[in-house]
Design a protein around this ligand. Structure first.
Ligand code: HEC
Length: 561
């Protein structure tokens, strides 16, 4: 086995960081600085491997419903990790997407993804990137991340309707940055985004977070992925906005963590009046606060990235303080105590999260399900980047009682429910995934589960699906049902012609042996050659790959019992 040298070096330094122990980290003596740097490297290299992107499945079976998929690509041309982010919302029949490129795209389905004539407000990224060549910033790092668009939200207030956009805005004059909320008003009668044309200057700034943050000398100058910036609207005119700490946490920055500073609008959930621009801090002690949602019963929940371990779901209440960076279920990336924290792996002094993911999953979006399927309605649905899954969280009296993980195998940036009830995912591969609920049909579900777990490629998966449907015209895949033909639920490894089906031909009845990969392949290729006189007609199976997948599926079914 070949271990890449870089990996070995990283693992070695990780071990060193562990041995150095948390006293050094805690007291911030040398080599605290060095350890933190190692930590940063670890977080970006070891913990965020670049994984190949599998195909999106045609359906995702879950505990209660089957999710049918319609997916399509938004043609932004964006590939790089640091150019991701963005948000989605609904207007009229369309899903609107605001990705990194600052264009607004619209889609009512995968077959209809188009760019609109709406341009987002400027975040001054060109001026920001130019700083990399500015001698005043020679010892700053501009590599990591840059200002991003963080969310897009359609609003309808007492006075009108339109879009809200939140983004990290660089201020070229003051050389600092803010989380900015801007609005674009639509003509009162507009019902489709196709009727609207707007350039960047058409947006009005509603609020810029205070203070304007200076570029950091430690690590990256501006860490756009730590912005938060997700929105939840409450009529008539309040928008709630998460505002991340941009790694102003006392580790990747000097000074105390900004999330505990009552004057600073970072590491907070804010309430902003979109008519007056007035803002107030609702809750504090957040880290990289991501998805935010108001439930129909008026609760406000947010999800946020903890450091290693300790992604949180928080019930946001006025005055709540969730403790960051003084307390967290997470650790540094080298598994030591977070420098300056009050405890290790505990959450005793501040408001605890309503739920936490340990280890971290890279939590991202959050929505509440309503009118999707009776079995899911009222549940929260959170999405994740690193774990590439959805989590359906059942609430009882506002408290989570369980979380079902649904693996999608895509880095999901945002999850949203469209006005027509479909759930929509926005992925870091710039795909939109529309999900509708279907009843769990047993056979479809069995095939989907098998396809999902065996990681079959898309074309083979769909050929398998259709050939199994062909078998299902005669055979049942439910144990015990032998009405029209022998049931195929448990034949693998069993004796040939040994189910309770009473119509076996003499030919098959007298065949000795068991069903193995070999005998099944032989039989399926040519039933009459295998057992002359069999009443099983020859089936069209397109190619050996599909036949092998079919045999594996039959094997899988038998093992599943
Ligand atoms: C038109 C109806 C029909 C279709 C379609 C059909 N089969 Fe069959 N199959 C039968 C019958 C009838 C038998 C019993 C044959 C006999 O007794 O000679 C049988 C027997 C079998 C057996 C042997 C079962 C045992 O108990 O030993 C297997 C395995 C099998 N079929 C697999 C398949 C697969 C896989 C497909 C789809 C590719 C398929 N069949 C499609 C009618 C069908």
């Amino acid at each position: 086995m070949r271990i890449p040298i870089a990996m070995a070096v990283l693992l070695g330094t990780a071990a060193a960081a562990l041995f150095a122990g948390f006293e050094i980290e805690h007291r911030r003596v040398f080599p605290h600085e060095l350890l933190s740097k190692i930590d940063m490297r670890l977080s970006s290299t070891v913990l965020a491997p670049i994984l190949p992107t599998p195909e999106i499945a045609a359906r995702y079976p879950t505990q209660l419903v089957s999710l049918a998929v319609d997916s399509g690509h938004v043609p932004t041309g964006i590939r790089k990790q640091e150019m991701r982010g963005g948000g989605i919302t609904s207007f009229g029949r369309d899903i609107l997407v605001l990705p990194f490129d600052g264009k607004v795209y619209a889609a009512s389905s995968s077959a209809d993804i188009r760019v609109t004539r709406i341009q987002a407000p400027s975040n001054h990224i060109a001026e920001f990137l130019a700083l990399a060549d500015d001698p005043r910033f020679a010892d700053y790092s501009f590599e990591a991340e840059v200002p991003r668009y963080n969310d897009l939200k359609y609003f309808r207030s007492a006075r009108g309707h339109g879009l809200l956009a939140s983004y990290t805005e660089y201020d070229p004059e003051r050389l600092c940055y803010t989380n900015t909320l801007a609005r674009l008003d639509f003509p009162a009668e507009a019902t489709s985004v196709d009727e609207i044309e707007a350039d960047a200057a058409r947006w009005r700034i509603v609020h810029r977070t205070r203070p304007c943050l200076a570029l950091k000398k430690k690590y990256a100058a501006l860490e756009g992925s730590m912005a938060g910036g997700r929105l939840a609207f409450e009529a008539p005119s309040t928008v709630y906005m998460t505002s991340g700490d941009f790694h102003y946490d006392g580790m990747r920055s000097d000074g105390p963590g900004i999330s505990q500073d009552p004057q600073a609008e970072y590491g907070k959930v804010l309430a902003i009046d979109i008519e007056t621009g007035e803002s107030r801090i609702v809750s504090s002690g957040h880290r990289n606060a991501q998805g935010l949602v108001r439930t129909p019963d008026g609760r406000l929940f947010n999800v946020e990235h903890g450091p290693r371990g300790g992604d949180e779901l928080n019930l946001v209440r006025p005055g709540a303080n969730f403790g960051w960076p003084l307390e967290s279920y997470g650790t540094t990336y080298s598994n030591t105590r977070i420098p300056g924290s009050l405890s290790f792996g505990r959450h005793d002094h501040f408001d605890p999260p309503a739920f936490a993911w340990v280890p971290s999953v890279g939590i991202s979006g959050l929505t509440v399900v309503s009118g999707f399927h009776p079995a899911w309605d009222g549940d929260l649905l959170a999405s994740s980047l690193k774990d590439r899954s959805l989590y359906r969280i059942r609430l009882a009296d506002g408290r989570p009682v369980y979380s079902e993980r649904i693996e999608i195998r895509r880095q999901i940036r945002a999850v949203h429910q469209h006005v027509d009830g479909r759930l929509v995912l926005w992925t870091d591969d710039q795909d939109l995934i529309f999900l509708t609920a279907q009843a769990l049909s047993n056979l479809d579900d069995k095939i989907a589960k098998y396809v999902h777990s065996s990681r079959l490629s898309g074309p083979v998966a769909s050929r398998l699906e259709s050939v199994v449907q062909q078998c299902a015209q005669c055979h049942s895949f439910e144990p015990g049902d032998n009405a029209k033909a022998p049931n195929l639920a448990r034949i693998f490894g069993h004796r040939i012609a040994s189910t309770s089906y009473d119509g076996y031909s003499n030919s098959l009845k007298h065949k000795s042996g068991r069903w193995t990969r070999e005998t099944l392949s032989e039989f399926l290729d040519d039933p009459k050659a295998f057992a002359p006189g069999t009443s099983m007609p020859k089936q069209t199976i397109r190619d050996p790959e599909t036949r092998d997948a079919l045999v594996s599926f039959l094997q899988h079914l038998s093992m599943a019992f």
